[in-house]
Structures are given as C-alpha cells and as structure tokens.
Design a protein around this ligand. Structure first.
Ligand code: HEM
Length: 263
C-alpha cells in the first residue's frame, strides 16, 4: 500500500489529514479576517480588494476548490475518527478524568463544528450568492465606481474608475440586522473555541507538543484565538450597535438612513 492510500485508510493517516486540512482552513480563516477588517477603512479599499480577488478568475476557483476539498476531508476524517473512537472506547485504558476530558472535547468539537458548518452555508448564501437577507441591497450593488487607485503595500489592486461590487455596503446592510449580527458573533465565537482545541491537537498530532513548552503553546494558541474572536466580533458588533457608521454618500448610508426613518 502506498503512502497516499495509507493517509486515508489508517487512523494515524486520518489524524494527519485532519491536522493538515485544519491548518489550511485556519490559514484561510485568519487571512479572511484580515481582509474583512478593511471595513474600518474607506469604502474604496475593501471594494477594490474584493474586486481584485474576484478578478483572479481561474486562480480564485482553484483556491475555492482546494478549500472545499480541505473542508470535505476535514469533516470526513472527523466522522470516521469519532466512529472509531466510539468502537474503541470499551478497551481504552484512560483514567476516568482523562476520559471525561477527552469525551467533552470531542463532543464540543462535533457540536461547534456543526454550527460553524451551518454558519458557512448561511454566510455563502448571504454574502457570496446573495440569496438570503438581500431585501435592502438587491440590484444596487454592481454600480460602484472606484474614486481612486487602490493599493496594498504598494501593490496595485484596482484602478480608479473601475466598476466594482459594493461589498462595503453589503456588509453594512447585512449587519444592520441585529439577529444576523448576533448569529455571526455566536458562530465566530464557537469557531474560535473550535480553533483553540483544534490548534492544540494539530501540534500534538505533528509531534510538536512536549511537556517543556505545552504550557506556553496553550497560552499562545489561546491568545491567537482570542484575537481572532475579537476581530470577528468587532465587525458585526460595531455595525449593529451603530459604533461604526457607513461613509456618507454610500448605498449603505442611504439604505440605513431610510431604514431608520421608517422605524
Ligand atoms: C465578520 C465576519 C465576516 C465577514 C464580514 C465576511 C465577509 C465576507 C464577504 C463580503 C464575502 C464575499 C466576498 C465577495 O463575494 O466578494 C465572504 C465570503 C466568504 N467567507 Fe466570509 N466573512 C466573515 C466571516 C467568515 C468566517 C468566520 C468564515 C469561515 C471561517 C468565512 C468564510 C467565507 C467563505 C468560505 C467565503 C467564500 C469565498 C469565495 O467566494 O471565494 N467568512 N465573506
């Protein structure tokens, strides 16, 4: 049997696949957050950035397929490993305390994983496909023209005068609904705790965790997950509470003013 097949057929191989795909998905989650935090800047910036990603065409589709494959393998490995550990439970020689801890962690990982999965489906329908929560911005998003060149670290993302998707207004209008904002905060909070246990397991699986520095590792991972949660909390939280207001003259400013007047 070759090494590749072994990854899928052995328990340790599946654990490794889970760690590897978890690493890829975590990288995406952090990168996506950094991109989304541009909502605190001027509208052209996040709109130009989103336009640049969309303009990658086949490269964007390759990344999307890789992410989809990573998510599929991650979920498949989780299901198989859970079933295996259920079968093996009778013969495990864990102490009662360690067994309870492990059982709680794996139950928590399953539940939070399911909520995060439901969140991602909702999120894609909300912001990528535009099938849910679009009553205020449907049809008004395609016609924004960039007022100036958009650059990131000197790299040109989009030129002045380009017609772009108004991601800026879409996010503002989406999170002006407190229930939607609340669901995002809940889901990203669960995702942060999922990452907390997941990242620690990743180091364990790769043999990179030892007694000497497992305490520092735990603190570093916890700090990273807290930062991740705070970043995700900031966007829907600031918009839903009105702490962050849309820039004057944007579709979001007009739509939110009309909504406030209608109340
Ligand atoms: C405050 C939180 C978030 C905001 C504001 C946000 C914003 C967005 C926006 C605007 C898009 C559509 C981009 C476009 O069509 O141009 C998008 C796509 C996406 N988001 Fe998020 N997102 C958030 C949280 C998350 C989280 C926590 C995840 C999962 C870890 C996630 C996963 C995705 C995925 C998989 C896509 C599709 C990417 C693609 O179409 O290539 N998002 N997000």
């Amino acid at each position: 049997m070759n090494l590749f097949a072994n990854l899928f057929t052995s328990s340790i191989g599946r654990k490794f696949l889970m760690a590897l795909t978890g690493f890829v998905l975590t990288g995406f989650a952090f990168g996506h957050l950094v991109g989304n935090l541009q909502i605190f800047g001027e509208p052209d910036h996040i709109n130009g950035y989103a336009h640049f990603l969309q303009s990658l065409g086949p490269v964007l589709w390759l990344v999307r397929l890789a992410l989809l494959a990573a998510a599929g393998i991650h979920i498949w490995a989780a299901v198989v490993l859970t079933l295996e550990s259920k079968c093996a439970r009778g013969s495990a020689d864990y102490g009662v305390h360690r067994w309870l801890e492990a059982a709680w962690a794996s139950r928590y990982m399953r539940m939070s994983g399911l909520v995060v999965l439901a969140f991602i489906v909702y999120h894609l329908l909300h912001f990528t496909v535009g099938l849910v929560g679009t009553e205020y911005y449907k049809g008004s998003l395609a016609a924004v023209t960039l007022g100036h060149d958009v650059r990131e670290f000197g790299f040109p993302l989009a030129a002045k005068g380009t017609e772009v998707h108004d991601v800026y207004s879409m996010i503002f209008i989406g999170f002006s609904h407190p229930l939607v904002a609340g669901f995002y905060i809940l889901a990203t909070g669960l995702l942060a705790v999922h990452l907390l246990h997941g990242m620690e397991s990743l180091f364990q699986t790769l043999g990179l965790r030892n007694a000497k520095w497992s305490c520092c590792l735990r603190k570093a991972v916890a700090a990273l997950c807290l930062l991740y949660f705070l970043g995700n909390l900031a966007i829907p939280g600031a918009i839903a509470t009105g702490l962050l207001k849309p820039a004057p003259g944007t579709t979001a400013a007009t739509v939110l003013a009309a909504k406030a007047a209608a109340r």
